[in-house]
Write a protein that binds this ligand. Structure first.
Ligand code: TYM
Length: 333
């Protein structure tokens, strides 16, 4: 696929920082899939982003492969979309350096994810963690992206990407497209199953019952959802006063395509045990076919690695052009 000028461009990425969680699937991947027919989409395994935390060189390669395979297994068609690994396209790092010079330290210091992650990894608050949103801006701006589908937690980073694009364009003319942020109305922030006040995370280590990972066995998925925290009201109703039940209703609604009011009606008079089982079954129905396809793809690493090549080549072609325009605008010779 080459970029068709009549179609809008979509770009998004996920870090290979663990097996994606149900939050990543609902908040991001489901929308990646929904957009692929109508737009020119680039979906990236952002392996450069994920090294702000130390990775074991022996296993990191497979972690990257796994996320690529999950993209494809989840229904992203490598023929229709440009699916690629970030480090295979050097222009991401190159543009990132340039954009660093158009980003203020004050802006980066205000990023909530930087503040959260520096608290979490006190022993390794590296400059990459601080500059992380600039690399994210480079990812998006390299491709003339119009739309960026993400979950709620990425909004601040992408607002900064917009500010950087506007600032750069003010100096040099219209080089970058200012991207729109596409956040789903329902499911933009799936919460931890045991602590519905915090978002579900693929890097969960403290309590594995908090996250459903896309490769969890069906019985594990069912059991994690059965253990999910609810409340003592015993009514399946969406409401701010019911964070656990509301989170489960959101998950059910997104996975089955049922609206929240319809789901509430469906579970009227039913107890939480019944409701949680239904959410578990809905999750298994969606995830099991993905897992089967994933296993098939991972069984032939050679074929999987070969599958990565065309995406990287197409992305490289587009990214190089943009980088050249940026170099020319700045006056590099
Ligand atoms: P990452 O890898 O943390 O998450 C990938 C995507 O999943 C969404 N997400 C969630 N959505 C709903 N509920 C949750 N609990 C939840 N947790 C995560 C995220 O919002 C994201 O859309 N910096 C990005 C990766 C990135 C990127 C980009 C995204 C790098 N470059 C360019 C868009 C465009 C990140 O760490 O996502």
């Amino acid at each position: 696929m080459s970029i068709d000028k009549s179609k809008k461009v979509v770009f998004s990425g996920i870090q290979p920082s663990g097996i994606p969680a149900l939050g990543n699937y609902i908040g991001a991947m489901m929308n990646f899939k929904a957009l692929q027919d109508e737009y020119d989409c680039l979906y990236c395994v952002v392996d450069l982003h994920a090294i702000t935390v130390r990775r074991d060189p022996k296993t990191y390669g497979d972690q990257i492969r796994r996320l690529f395979a999950i993209y494809v297994a989840a229904g992203l068609d490598p023929e229709k979309n440009i699916i690629f690994v970030q480090s295979h396209v050097p222009a991401h790092s190159q543009l990132s350096w340039i954009l660093n010079c158009y980003t203020y330290v004050g802006e980066l210091g205000r990023m909530t994810q930087f503040k959260d992650k520096s608290r979490k990894h006190e022993e390794n608050v590296n400059a990459g963690l601080f500059n992380y949103p600039v690399l994210q801006a480079a990812d998006v701006l390299l491709y003339g992206t119009h739309l960026v589908p993400v979950g709620q937690d990425q909004k601040q980073h992408l607002e900064l990407a917009r500010d950087i694009a506007i600032r750069f364009n003010k100096v040099y003319g219209k080089i970058f497209t200012v991207p729109e942020i596409l956040i789903p109305k329902v499911g933009a922030r799936i919460m931890k199953l045991q602590d519905p006040f915090h978002k579900m995370d693929k890097s969960e280590v403290e309590n594995l019952n908090n996250s459903i990972f896309l490769l969890d066995e069906p019985d594990v998925i069912i059991s994690k959802l059965r253990k999910a925290v609810t409340d003592s009201e015993a009514v399946v109703r969406y409401g701010e006063d019911k964070p656990g039940v509301s989170n489960l209703l959101t998950i059910y609604s997104c996975l089955t395509g049922t609206s929240i009011p319809d789901a509430e009606r469906e579970f009227e008079g039913k107890n939480y045990g019944f409701f949680k089982n239904a959410v578990g079954e809905a999750a298994v129905a969606v995830l099991e076919p993905i897992q089967n396809e994933y296993k098939r793809l991972m069984s032939d690493r050679g074929a999987l690695d070969a599958m990565m090549k065309p995406g990287a080549e197409k992305a490289e072609g587009i990214a190089k052009n943009m980088l050249k325009r940026v170099h020319d605008a700045i006056g590099f010779i």
